[in-house]
Write a protein that binds this ligand. Structure first.
Ligand code: NDP
Length: 450
């Protein structure tokens, strides 16, 4: 008889947990997974997927406008938020079902309920104990909202996808991925949108040229960007919210969205009682093989607060299953992870920023280009695209690629492969462009800037 009920018990059916569970099962392990909220985790339910659908929805306003220059006469348009949310919910429910099928098809047992650790080999789900040789914690993250007076009136990315009514006026607090993405979504849908960021320029950590360029483009679209200030307190007055800012001014809105980061979801799962080591940000500390200080307990994804992106959690979950149940050792490569901010226009980026490259390399060449994309020669829109290559002069290796413009995420995926393959600037130069595209600019930039 087996010593344990399962070989692997996974807590959390988000991107990392589901991938690890089904891969482990495909290698012959006996696997169970528990989830108390929704299958697919943040990405599928209140993250990447619904966000992208909302970005598509919001872009139509501009598309209708832009079509006129191409001879279209667009009749009166009308947007129905409730319809969008209903359709989005139907799609998400479909995906929840797909996840359920994927798990059952892979032979993983799904145990619905709240899982918490009892000891190093036991998880309790709603009062019933399950034993496993190994336990994987993949509980993800949760929006983090600073303690300010009136905090109870704000929403986070958990609620924004389910608003019953589209606000007329919105304030977004924060200057990261979620803040700029939702500023674009609300503004596109015709909402009077203000984004507040505490520092001098949002998107800290991204290339400075990119940050400045995006700020300019967002302002051109009518988004009110206010930097060096943030909300001090919020009061509810009738149907409005009044925010008093740290610069003393006040702003009113009917919704205030806080996008001030996410914290690892480590509470309420018995981590403290087992003495699992957490870092200062309350993230689970793991070694290179995602093992915690308790040898039978592992963790992957946002709960470890390394690189909080879905594809990274997938890669970590996959590595763990291969390592434990298929004897494979090739580790996750965290170098040159391409990423996209679905702002309007998009940011696509891979590799080092200019600031990082200057710190790391003796001499670098910078290639930059900003131009009006062909589409806007007729659309009449005043939107520009920006592209930038950073090259290590000594080796000719391309060490950073950045873009602000439509489909930057799509373009950057291919560039990410080139970077992984160690492409040099002369490889970029030797590549024949696809004409006429925006992306061809990446292979035709000849002269470095001073
Ligand atoms: P981010 O960490 O990207 O940004 C948080 C923002 O909030 C920063 O501008 C930060 O400022 C600010 N902030 C933090 N604490 C406070 C505070 N107490 N008061 C005021 N401002 C504060 O978090 P997000 O919530 O935007 O997104 C969470 C994570 O989810 C991202 O890091 C990303 O990994 C992931 N994500 C990825 C997406 C994608 O791939 N397209 C889309 C959405 C999310 P400062 O910079 O000064 O610290």
């Amino acid at each position: 008889m087996d010593k344990f009920d399962y070989d692997l018990f996974v807590i959390g059916a988000g991107s990392g947990g589901v991938r690890a569970a089904r891969m482990a099962s495909s290698f012959g392990a006996r696997v169970a997974i528990t989830e108390d909220r929704y299958l697919g985790g943040t990405c599928v339910n209140v993250g990447c997927v619904p966000k992208k659908l909302l970005v598509y929805a919001s872009h139509f306003a501009e598309d209708f406008e832009n079509s006129r220059g191409f001879g279209w006469k667009v009749g009166s348009t009308d947007f129905n938020w409730q319809q969008l949310i209903k359709n989005k919910n139907t799609e998400i429910e479909r995906l929840n079902g797909v996840y359920e099928k994927i798990l059952s098809g892979a032979g993983v047992e799904l145990i619905e309920g709240h899982g918490s650790l009892v000891d190093e080999h036991t998880v309790a789900v709603d009062g019933k104990n399950y034993s496993a040789e190994r336990i994987l914690i993949a509980t993800g993250g949760w929006p983090s909202i600073p303690d300010i007076p009136g905090k109870e009136h704000v929403i986070s990315s958990n609620e924004v996808f389910f608003l019953e009514k589209l606000p007329e006026k919105v304030i977004i607090a924060g200057g990261g991925y979620i803040a700029v993405e939702f500023a674009g979504i609300f503004n596109g849908l015709g909402v009077d949108t203000t984004l507040l960021y505490r520092g001098p320029l949002f998107l800290r950590g991204f290339d400075e040229d990119v940050r400045k360029f995006l700020a300019e483009e967002m302002r051109k679209k009518g988004i009110n960007l206010k930097f060096e200030t943030i909300i001090d307190s919020i009061e509810k007055t009738d149907n409005q919210l009044q925010a008093t800012l740290t610069d003393g001014s006040t702003l009113t809105a009917d919704q205030i969205l806080y996008a001030t980061g996410r914290k690892p979801k480590t509470e309420g799962i018995g981590i403290e009682s087992l003495g699992i080591k957490l870092d200062k940000a309350a993230a689970i500390v793991v070694n290179d093989e995602y093992q915690t200080n308790i040898p039978s307990i592992y963790a992957v994804g946002d709960v470890t607060n390394r690189v909080n992106l879905t594809p990274v959690a997938l890669a970590e979950g996959m590595f763990l299953a291969r390592r434990l149940y298929n004897n494979e050792t090739s580790p996750v490569d965290y170098e040159n992870i391409p990423t996209c901010v679905f702002s309007q226009p998009n940011i696509g980026t891979v590799g080092l920023t200019e600031e990082e490259a200057r710190d790391k390399y003796d001499q670098i060449d910078i290639y930059k280009s900003s131009f009006m994309p062909m589409k806007h020669t007729l659309s009449g829109a005043d939107e520009k695209t920006f592209m930038k290559l950073i090259v290590d002069k000594a080796t000719d290796r391309v060490i950073g690629v950045h873009m602000v413009g439509p489909d930057a995420g799509e373009i950057m995926q291919g560039i990410g492969i080139a970077m992984k393959a160690g492409a040099s600037k002369s490889d970029f130069d030797k590549t024949i462009g696809i004409h006429p595209t925006t992306a061809e600019e990446f292979v035709t930039m000849r002269e470095p800037v001073d």
